[in-house]
Design a protein around this ligand. Structure first.
Ligand code: ATP
Length: 236
């Protein structure tokens, strides 16, 4: 079973710990505030009150053997950087860290932290992308240049097969899933909408008006398709 440690039990750290536990992972939750440690005691595998700048304390809980450590301390850069340095020294293979600024991210990256997360920037970008178009339901940047985006089916895609659309050549994107809803009746006789996701659809699959598609591509290409869809909608 995968084992992780989360250092810093603010809202960010607790959310990560909770989600990891729900997905079946073992989680060691760490904070230097006993109250925070108490808050998570009931649902994590192990909760420990210690100062993450104390190398001996981290070695004592065998932190070097977990699959990844999340440093969820954003505000105090000194503590975050020192914690990362100690984890590197101990030999932790994978470190991810919450950051509060670009400078903080740069320092940690130089120190070998594999992934830095700027939660406000991350969520801010996603919200802005959702606001920009009524067609976009989720917008997830998977690298600096690429995104996975869930959009409603553009009107000029309706009742066409993926083969006819040839989106890879025409728009430089790929459709990786089709989400559809089908009206049906449940065991109690209620009318309900059944959600179905067709992952990796085939060339013969046809898109319907009420469907949503999940596309992957370069940000520019994804944005270009969304813009064309918006423009056509306004003209209809
Ligand atoms: P969030 O925005 O996630 O709610 P926060 O606003 O509480 O976080 P942060 O400064 O990022 O603020 O701190 C996150 C947690 O890290 C706090 O619960 C804090 O007690 C803990 N923490 C701070 N310093 C240390 C340390 N040296 N060792 C262990 N935990 C620490």
């Amino acid at each position: 079973m995968a084992q992780f440690a989360v250092i810093g039990l603010g809202r960010f750290g607790i959310t990560i710990a909770e989600t990891l536990v729900k997905k079946g992972a073992e989680v060691i939750a760490i904070d230097n505030d006993e109250k925070k440690v108490e808050e998570v005691r009931a649902f994590v595998t192990n909760s420990v009150c210690l100062d993450s700048t104390d190398e001996q304390a981290l070695r004592a809980i065998d932190i070097g053997n977990v699959d990844a450590v999340v440093i969820a301390i954003g505000e105090n850069i000194e503590v975050s950087v020192l914690t990362a340095a100690i984890l590197r020294k101990i030999g932790v293979g994978k470190i991810l860290a919450k950051v509060d600024s670009e400078l903080h991210a740069r320092i940690l990256t130089i120190m070998g932290v594999q992934r830095t997360i700027f939660p406000e920037q991350y969520v801010g970008r996603e919200i802005a992308n959702l606001l920009i178009s009524q067609h976009v339901f989720t917008y997830t940047e998977i690298s600096k240049e690429h995104s996975v985006v869930e959009i409603s089916v553009p009107s000029f895609f309706v009742e066409k097969s993926l083969k006819d659309l040839d989106v890879r050549n025409k728009y430089n994107i790929s459709i990786i899933a089709i989400k559809s809803t089908k009206p049906t009746v449940d065991e109690l006789g209620n009318n309900i909408l059944l959600e179905d996701t067709n992952v990796l659809p085939s060339a013969e699959d046809v898109l319907h008006q009420s469907d949503r598609i999940i596309i992957i591509g370069k940000n520019n290409d994804v944005d270009a398709l969304v813009k064309i869809a918006e423009k056509r909608k306004m003209q209809e």
